[in-house]
Design a protein around this ligand. Structure first.
Ligand SMILES: NC(=O)c1ccc[n+]([C@@H]2O[C@H](COP(=O)([O-])OP(=O)(O)OC[C@H]3O[C@@H](n4cnc5c(N)ncnc54)[C@H](OP(=O)(O)O)[C@@H]3O)[C@@H](O)[C@H]2O)c1
Length: 482
């Protein structure tokens, strides 16, 4: 039987798991046990990284025996059934009080189910969202753990030691119980979709409006990255636009097929928002824009549909680019505001006590949406933890006040030019909807009452009402059937 020398273990040694294991091993005081279903990956990691002094295991039993108690193991395998298979195997060899962490991209209802099932054995189960891709796993990711308070006591210091650091603070916090961590990671990814789509729309409008080359637009993004838009995604956009294809000498962006892929977290965010009744229109449009791009057969037969007659040319290039920058900023504020709404609604639905300010802080480093701007979100929630609409925090109200005329000009220009800008325009519609005194929802209620007797409320007196549409059209008091 091996000596129980490791204080943490990793199961699953593909790119994410092996990088996370190396990150753990590089931190003072950690000895890391490793296990992979097929032993070749374990051998490769051992031979390539002797400095990590890993403790290898060939079986789950050996893996459990090599861990000090309470045993703590992080699973980094394919989400779905592989994760269930690994959990089942670990439960067989672990004991009450031990901790199993799923660091994969699990769908949060699966995490809730798994946490409940594992808890019955006395073992702790923690679903932890880990963002930052391979590089983050190695150098410091943003980590969003759920699970019990008891597991956080053991796990907290370990996760803090490997997380990214932003302004001196580790990018990890105990998000909430059971599936809270994976829920927040899901919304993080949804916001990432929106942010990427908004940047893509800005690029498209500038390119088609001004005729600038990708390399020239890269300089614009690099410049934007020195101001209020400073973020990892703006930074890498400049890098991608600067890249020249070695084979053709063309800008790389011009030889990449324009069909965007997705692994499903954007769709999960939107599906969940729909069932919670939270409008995340920026994330939804971004997800749908990827879907639209990925139907070549439909695009092929639609190419001859008419567009605007006039060519799109911008008269004042500099002010148009500034308008696009401000439209991007305002739309981005909307997308984040909507994402935080979804987290708040999820917390209420699933009874999680989530500190929204703390979430924005742990996204400042390590993850894909890391940005300066997240400090402003943290400030807003610190000043008013119950803030119902992020947009109404003074900093964001000022930013949108400054941006809104540009935002409207850009959406008008896009519509007139026949350039799709679904995330820009839906964000503006959301903004105008949420600030409206009165919405045409009143008419929708009237229609619902007409065909389905769904009833309505009145602005001038309490109660629920129905108009007898097929009779004499008098109004009667009715039961609330909402
Ligand atoms: N790649 C990223 O940038 C990224 C970012 C964030 C989160 N994640 C998440 O991190 C997790 C790991 O990602 P990855 O890209 O490193 O690996 P992956 O390709 O998603 O999964 C490969 C790993 O899963 C193991 N595996 C598959 N089926 C198994 C089963 N039935 N039983 C036991 N092990 C099984 C494989 O073992 P064998 O070697 O034996 O096949 C291998 O270790 C995933 O949940 C992923 O969604 C990935």
């Amino acid at each position: 039987m091996p000596e129980a020398s490791a204080n943490i273990g990793v199961v699953g040694l593909a790119v994410m798991g092996s990088n996370l294991a190396r990150n753990l091993a590089s931190r003072e005081g950690n000895t890391v046990a490793i296990f992979n279903r097929s032993y070749e990956k374990t051998e490769t990691l051992l031979s390539e990284h002797p400095e990590a002094e890993f403790v290898p295991a060939a079986t789950y039993r050996e893996f459990a025996d090599s861990l000090q108690k309470p045993r703590t193991a992080i699973i980094m395998v394919k989400a779905g059934r592989p994760t269930d298979a690994v959990i089942d195997s670990l439960v067989e060899v672990f004991e009450p009080g031990d901790i199993i962490v799923d660091g994969g991209n699990a769908y949060f209802p699966d995490t809730i189910r798994r946490e409940k099932a594992v808890r019955e054995t006395g073992i702790n189960f923690v679903g932890a969202g880990i963002s930052g891709g391979e590089e983050g796993a190695l150098l410091g990711p943003s980590i969003m753990p759920g699970g019990s308070d008891e597991s956080w006591v053991t796990l907290g210091p370990i996760l803090k030691s490997i997380a990214a650091v932003a302004e001196g603070e580790p990018c990890v916090t105990h998000v909430g119980h059971d599936g809270a961590g994976h829920f927040v990671k899901m919304v993080h990814n949804g916001i990432e979709y929106a942010d990427m789509q908004l940047i893509a729309e800005a690029y498209d409008l500038i390119r088609r409006g001004t005729g600038k080359s990708p390399a020239e637009i890269a300089e614009i993004f690099a410049e934007w990255n020195t101001g209020e838009l400073e973020s990892y995604l703006i930074e890498i956009t400049a890098e991608v636009l600067r890249q020249v294809d070695a084979e053709t000498g063309q800008p790389l962006v011009d030889v990449i097929l324009d069909q965007a892929g997705a692994k499903g977290t954007g769709a999960w965010t939107v599906q969940t928002a729909l069932s919670l009744g939270v409008p995340v229109s920026g994330i939804a449009e971004a997800t749908f824009a990827r879907s639209l791009s990925s139907h070549p057969e439909q695009r092929a037969v639609s190419g001859d549909l008419p567009g605007p007659e006039d060519e799109f040319t911008v008269e004042d290039t500099e002010s148009f680019i500034e308008d696009v920058r401000l439209a991007l900023y305002a739309s981005k504020i909307v997308a984040y505001s909507q994402g935080f709404d979804e987290i708040r609604a999820g917390a209420a639905e699933y009874d999680w006590n989530i500190d929204l300010g703390a979430i924005s802080k742990i996204w400042r480093g390590g993850c894909i949406i890391r940005a300066q701007f997240l400090n402003r979100i943290a400030d807003a929630y610190q000043a008013e933890p119950g803030l119902p609409v992020l947009l109404t925090a003074p900093y964001f109200t000022e930013a949108i006040t400054r941006a809104q005329a540009s935002w409207r000009r850009v959406v008008i220009a896009a519509a007139e030019a026949g350039i799709p800008a679904p995330a820009f325009s839906s964000s503006l519609s959301y903004y105008d909807g949420i600030r409206a005194d009165r919405l045409p929802a009143a008419l929708v209620q009237g229609q619902r009452d007409f065909f389905g007797a769904h009833t309505y409320k009145r602005i001038d007196k309490p109660g629920t009402f129905h108009t007898q549409w097929s009779g004499d059209r008098t109004e009667i008091e009715a039961e609330d059937t909402h």
